[in-house]
Design a protein around this ligand. Structure first.
Ligand code: ZN
Length: 269
């Protein structure tokens, strides 16, 4: 194949993964809004939170939809927060990055390699990474609304991550690695909690550790294993101090998502 058509193929697939990411981001917005309220995340479909008018399918296109309706509900003119479109853009970018690092780089030099010779391990790794990051971002959104993250959400994601992690490797080594990640996730929660809540450092840093932050670390441990978890905790402590110094603690949940993202990229490239 000529190099020009290779580039065209690459762009096409990147656009498709960006679209997929935008759609997952759109769904994550819905999950973050409805989950803390105990509402169903599947039914009813997307609708205006104020006048309950269903959103038309052609306005529900990820990212573009928000611009089509000019950031307002078509029926009642209530502004749709820009946060929705920002989340969709973040998800679109994230899907592209993980497609590139987990699938494209691992497979081969041909853009459609993963369709011709599907690599189960590459696809599983991709799914694992997007599940972890999507969950961390949903938790950050819920935290931004100052609402609690339901335990059922954490346990469901944890279960999914354990299954995916066992699937990425074969045999006992993978099982032991998953178990260690699981245990170190738990230990990390206890250690960080003790460090930040029950020591003088706690009063100095005034870091209000939410259960969501600790659950986030737990999920990181399960998904990525002990080594990366320690890196994430180390970076998170530095960030917690920095955010405290500049009085921006409320960005901690987003900080965990960002640090985890960077740590994954560092570990796979
Ligand atoms: Zn409306």
């Amino acid at each position: 194949m000529e190099s020009q058509s290779l580039v065209a193929f690459d762009l096409l697939i990147l656009a498709w993964f960006a679209y997929l990411g935008g759609a997952v981001g759109s769904f994550s917005n819905v999950v973050a809004c409805r989950l803390p309220m105990g509402e169903s995340i599947i039914w009813p479909g997307s609708r205006c939170p104020r006048c309950l008018t269903p959103i038309r399918w052609h306005d529900n296109v990820p990212i573009l939809g928000w611009f089509l309706i000019r950031g307002r509900c078509r029926a009642c003119q209530t502004p749709v927060p820009a946060r929705y479109v920002w989340v969709e853009i973040l998800f679109a970018g994230m899907f592209d990055v993980f497609y590139w690092t987990d699938i494209r780089m691992s497979g081969g030099r041909i853009p459609l390699e993963f369709l011709i010779h599907p690599s189960v391990s590459a696809l599983t790794l991709f799914t694992q990474h997007v599940l972890l990051m999507s969950s961390l971002m949903i938790m950050a959104l819920i935290r931004a609304d100052r609402l609690p993250v339901p335990t059922s959400f954490i346990t469901s994601v944890a279960f999914g991550l354990i299954v995916l992690r066992l699937a990425t490797g074969v045999g006992w080594a993978s099982f032991i690695d998953t178990t260690l990640g699981f245990v170190s996730g738990l230990l990390a929660i206890l250690a960080v909690d003790a460090l930040l809540e029950r020591t003088p450092f706690a009063r100095w840093s005034r870091w209000e550790v939410g259960r969501a932050d600790l659950s986030g670390l737990f999920l990181v441990g399960i998904a990525l294993g002990t080594r990366i978890l320690l890196l994430v905790i180390f970076l998170m402590l530095i960030m917690a101090v920095t955010l405290t110094l500049i009085q921006k603690q409320r960005y901690l949940a987003w900080g965990l998502a960002f640090i985890t993202f960077v740590s994954i990229i560092l570990s796979v490239t």
